[in-house]
Structure formats: structure tokens, C-alpha cells
Write a protein that binds this ligand. Structure first.
Ligand SMILES: [Zn+2]
Length: 167
């Protein structure tokens, strides 16, 4: 899913007022991968090539020298990793600060949304990594119907959140 949709979903689904933390955690699984990839390219003195098609892009990522990006993506899109990272943080805020840090759930939410909106050919989400290579062959988020449907759903949920739930 695109970064804008991830940010909006984090803001509308998680309880509490809008915050930068929700957006940051909501895009973290992608940002960690693509910011690192862009930095590595810049350090190599190269620009990330512009891709005309998704297939062309995936061929580039499957090249031997770029395959680490796909690998890193598997780790940042693992629910197992996020649960292990977040449980101690969540427990700390909950038990010692008397707060429920909802924003932390933005990262696992990102993965739950990516699972059905990625297919085997374009950054499949191996959400049980490293224990299982299982991938769900979903409908890619860039397909026009999925893309438009996603934003329509976001608008409906924003409407409900603002006018119906008022929280
Ligand atoms: Zn993602």
C-alpha cells in the first residue's frame, strides 16, 4: 500500500488524537527499507533508476547486488519481529507510565494491511519471517479498483470517526 494510505489508516483506526508518532510507525516498515536503499545507492554514487513498470522495478530488485533490499523488506514486514519489539515497549508504557501507547500498533497494522494488498510478484509480505516463508498472493494495491476502493474506504472511515464516533 502507498505511504499516504498507510499514514491515513494509522490516523483513522488507532484511538486517540492524530499524532506524528502514528504516521511514523505507520510507514516505518516501508521507510526503513526504502530510505536505506536510497542511502546505499547515494553512497555508491548512483541514482535509483526510474522504472517504467512494476515488473522492471522487481527485476532491478532481484539483481544480485540489490537483493538485500527484498531481504530487509521481509524482516521489516514480519509480524513476529514487530511483536517481539513492541511487547516490552507496550508493557513499559502500560505498567510504568499508565498509558496505552496506541501509536505502537501502527506498525503491525501496516503489515496487516499489506498482506492482502501485495501479490507474489511485487514485494510479497512474508509476515511470519523467519519462521515461515508463507506469502499470501493478494490483490496488489496499485490495481485501479483496489487503489480507489482503498481511498473510498478511508474517506468513509474518516467520516465515521469525525461525525459518528467523535473520539
Ligand atoms: Zn509495507
Amino acid at each position: 500500500m502507498d505511504i499516504m494510505a498507510h499514514s491515513l489508516w494509522s490516523l483513522v483506526l488507532l484511538p486517540g488524537p492524530p499524532s506524528i508518532a502514528k504516521v511514523v510507525l505507520g510507514i516505518a516498515p516501508d521507510a526503513a527499507v526504502f530510505a536505506t536503499s536510497l542511502t546505499v545507492q547515494a553512497l555508491k554514487g548512483k541514482m535509483q533508476p526510474g522504472f517504467k513498470t512494476r515488473q522492471e522495478m522487481m527485476e532491478w530488485y532481484h539483481r544480485k547486488e540489490n537483493r538485500w533490499v527484498l531481504n530487509l523488506y521481509k524482516w521489516t514486514h514480519s509480524l513476529i519481529i514487530w511483536v517481539l519489539l513492541l511487547i516490552p515497549l507496550f508493557a513499559y508504557y502500560f505498567f510504568f507510565r499508565n498509558q496505552v501507547p496506541w501509536y505502537l500498533l501502527a506498525a503491525p497494522l501496516h503489515i496487516l494491511m499489506d498482506i492482502p494488498t501485495h501479490d507474489r510478484n511485487s514485494f510479497p509480505v512474508q509476515f511470519l519471517n523467519p519462521f515461515s516463508k508463507f506469502q499470501f498472493n493478494g490483490l496488489h494495491w496499485s490495481k485501479p479498483l483496489v487503489f480507489i476502493g482503498n481511498y473510498v474506504l478511508i474517506i468513509i472511515v474518516i467520516y465515521f470517526r469525525i461525525f459518528v464516533i467523535r473520539k
